[in-house]
Write a protein that binds this ligand. Structure first.
Ligand code: RTP
Ligand code: MG
Length: 161
């Protein structure tokens, strides 16, 4: 490897566009949560996701241990609902998925609706399938950075297509 090669590589890296939080992305991460799976809604929810233009890049059915659920939702550690959330998210199997679409993070948050289904807009997934604010059927990443972190939490590069 020549000195020239290394110098050129460094110069190219300097000119890569900067990543910033608000940058549109074409991927997001979702989970179909335990109560929705238990109530038999997983197929209908996946159908809704696909019909709204999201392509499934990766998908698996799995169950989080309390330890893994705690790690996934660590950002909420200080919130009063953290213990309840960890118990709930480890209470049964879930589907985890990476989804692709232009503007994926924002478009998917719009498709799932507000955290509390009683406040979610008509036609949203939470409005139609969620039981309550705590048991709200689906997760959707809230930023591009978190969609990468969350996708990497569940999937290796060999599980993405
Ligand atoms: P998510 O992360 O699951 O997509 O939901 P979100 O952004 O709409 O809501 P967030 O504030 O991130 O809360 C994460 C999850 O914690 C549960 N929660 N329970 N009992 C409560 O007041 C309460 N608040 C939030 C929900 O399962 C929520 O999705
Ligand atoms: Mg959230």
């Amino acid at each position: 490897m020549s000195l020239n090669y290394n110098v050129n590589l460094c110069i190219s890296l300097l000119y890569l566009p900067p990543k910033y939080e608000g940058m549109p992305t074409n991927r997001t991460f979702t989970m179909i949560k335990p109560e929705a799976v238990e109530n038999g809604h997983a197929g209908a929810i996946l159908d809704r996701i696909i019909k709204n233009g999201f392509r499934i890049v990766a998908l698996k059915k799995t169950r989080l241990s309390a330890e893994l659920a705690g790690a996934f939702y660590e950002v909420h550690k200080e919130r009063p609902f953290y213990g309840e959330l960890v118990d709930y998210m480890s209470s049964g199997p879930i589907f985890a998925a990476i989804l692709e679409k232009d503007n994926a993070v924002a478009d998917f948050r719009a498709l799932i609706g507000a955290t509390d289904p009683s406040e979610a807009a008509e036609g949203t997934i939470r409005k139609d399938f969620a039981e309550s604010k705590a048991k709200n059927a689906v997760h959707g990443s809230d930023s591009n950075e978190n969609s990468d972190i969350e996708g990497n939490f569940f999937f290796s590069k060999f599980e993405r297509f």
